[in-house]
Design a protein around this ligand. Structure first.
Ligand SMILES: Cc1cc2nc3c(=O)[nH]c(=O)nc-3n(C[C@H](O)[C@H](O)[C@H](O)COP(=O)(O)OP(=O)(O)OC[C@H]3O[C@@H](n4cnc5c(N)ncnc54)[C@H](O)[C@@H]3O)c2cc1C
Length: 503
């Protein structure tokens, strides 16, 4: 394929394959495609590779052993080494600190050839960072593998916007990336196994964790004994965390949630812990603990902007996340676009690696050549997917969570939209679907474009109608023409026909 250089010469390509995201899925995808002789460009918004799972301190100025606090680190170093060799040979170009803000077909929209390749529009994640090479504006490739991962799913509660109340993933990112403790006395709350590593890592780093509050009962796992037995590594990991909690004397309270957070002027937080029933209604007595850090985690939300930008079909997963529809070779419904990792369903790093490798082999047109490997990968993906589904069913978001809210609870932090405003949009202005709620009350209209409040807003719209969440609730807040905030200068420089039309 031919490149389409801009007058300023800031296009790089043409590559056989562009991979977006250098987390577990993207690393495996890039390595697999390069192993099969393809030229690959690997783009990531982060300063170094690893994604969320293998987030680690700055490699140029290490503080302590890199592997500290990590699982599957050997797998990461093998992938890193493989990519280093491919980069040396010129088969892989790595573009860190580069955010994809727009993606479009390289061929004109009316061309017959729907596999005409893809153009990625990039912007530096941090302007002025000490990167040696400037970030190119455009990258062109024949095939696209999207591995954008996900981020913490948040549920608003009164006081969740106070200083010292953080997403559990953010607390962990500070520890993994910077060896920094976000507080000294913490409560970790929400649902799912992810609360365990966060509590352990906080305690290992010297914090006092006064409680881990799991909103669900662990009996939810009982129905999934076979799914659990099929992945013994997960059982071992769970046991490791249980031992760590016991060693640090951290209480693990099930059917318990943080339902309110208050702060005094010194910053200390009085955190209300409430006993829940199976639907998430507050039923028991509440207790209050004083902490300076609250880490809240309600699972993860896949990053869907790029998937919706290429027009790929989406569906709703077991955990109520919007995810990409893919076939058993990771092909999305858009020709030439493959998706791997959390964006096909939240399922953990090892699943992401397996899907990434499969996508890399498929994008390199090498499925038949590696039939045996493909069979193994598909079987592994199937096992890990079944485990992920069990995990989601055992740790659902409490159905009646919205009953913990007060009228003045902030739902959208960017636009400062209260729960009361969302209710009034529904009751007084007839906003019964998420798109209308957004138009009338403005949740999801601000800087983050619904990244933080999107899931909660969609849940509120569905709960008001007393119906389950659907794709139609989630897609309007995930679909964004611009996938990242950018400078107006960049928009002014966009000249292609399809881009103009899309904007
Ligand atoms: C905050 C957080 C903490 C986690 N901690 C744990 C843990 O302790 N244990 C555990 O088992 N699992 C953990 N997980 C889950 C685990 O990280 C994932 O299962 C795994 O990383 C998925 O791999 P991935 O490649 O799909 O995505 P990720 O690892 O999320 O990688 C996605 C990459 O894509 C990049 N990206 C996204 N959009 C763009 C764009 N537009 N332009 C350029 N680059 C882009 C991101 O910078 C990122 O590096 C965590 C997840 C999160 C979100």
């Amino acid at each position: 394929m031919s490149t389409n250089p801009t007058p300023s010469g800031q296009t790089v390509g043409a590559f056989d394959v562009a991979v977006v995201g250098a987390g577990p899925a993207g690393l495996a995808a890039a390595a697999a495609a390069a192993d099969r002789g393809k030229t690959v460009v690997l783009v990531d918004a982060g300063a170094q590779i690893g994604g969320q799972y293998w987030r680690h301190p700055d490699e140029r100025a290490p503080r302590g052993p890199e592997a500290e606090g990590h699982h599957d680190w050997k797998l990461f170093t093998e992938l890193r080494e493989k990519l280093r060799r491919h980069r040396q040979m010129g088969a892989v170009v790595l573009l860190p600190n580069a955010q994809v803000w727009f993606v479009e077909p390289t061929a004109p929209a009316d061309a017959d050839d729907r596999e005409g390749g893809w153009t990625l529009h990039l912007t530096p994640t941090i302007v002025g960072v000490d990167t040696a090479e400037a970030t190119p504006r455009l990258v062109v490739a024949a095939r696209l593998i999207l591995c954008p991962g996900g981020y913490d799913r948040q549920l608003p509660v009164p006081g969740w916007d106070l200083p010292g109340v953080m997403a559990a993933g953010g607390v962990q990112a500070l520890l993994k990336g910077h060896r920094t403790l976000a507080g000294q006395r913490a409560v970790v709350a929400g649902t799912g196994p992810f609360l365990l590593p966060v509590a352990k890592q906080l305690a290992d780093a010297g914090a006092t964790v006064v409680a881990v509050c799991e909103a669900n009962a662990l009996t939810g796992w009982a129905r999934h004994a076979r799914a659990v037995a099929a992945v013994p590594a997960k059982v071992a990991e769970g046991a490791e965390y249980a031992l760590a909690l016991a060693r640090h004397r951290i209480p693990y309270r099930t059917r318990t949630a943080v339902t309110r957070i208050d702060a005094d002027p010194t910053g200390t937080k009085a955190v209300q812990l409430a006993q829940l029933d199976a639907a998430g209604r507050v039923v028991g007595p509440t207790t209050t603990v004083d902490v300076d850090l609250v880490a809240l985690g309600w699972g993860f939300t896949p990053s869907m902007e790029l998937i919706t930008a290429v027009g790929a079909q989406t569906r709703i997963d077991v955990d109520q996340s919007l995810v990409a529809v893919v076939d058993n070779s990771q092909r999305s419904t858009t020709p030439g676009v493959y998706v791997a990792g959390e964006a096909t369903g939240v399922g953990g790093a090892l699943l992401a690696v397996a899907e990434g490798e499969l996508a890399g082999i498929a994008a390199a047109d090498a499925l038949e050549v590696h039939a045996m490997r493909i069979r193994r990968l598909r079987a592994r993906i199937q096992r890990l997917r079944v485990f992920a589904a069990a995990m989601h069913q055992a740790h659902p978001v409490p159905a009646r969570w919205h009953e913990w809210l007060t009228p003045d609870t902030t739902i959208c932090r960017c636009e400062e939209v209260s729960f009361d405003s969302v209710c009034r949009a529904r009751d007084e202005l007839g906003a019964t679907d998420v798109r209308t709620v957004k138009l009338m009350a403005r949740p999801g209209m601000g800087w983050c474009q619904g990244h933080v409040c999107g899931f909660a807003t969609a849940k509120l719209a569905a709960a008001a109608e007393d119906r389950p969440l659907t794709v139609e609730d989630l897609r309007p807040l995930a679909k964004q023409t611009l996938c990242a905030p950018i400078a107006l200068e960049l928009l002014a420089q966009v000249t292609s026909k399809s881009t103009d039309e899309a904007l």
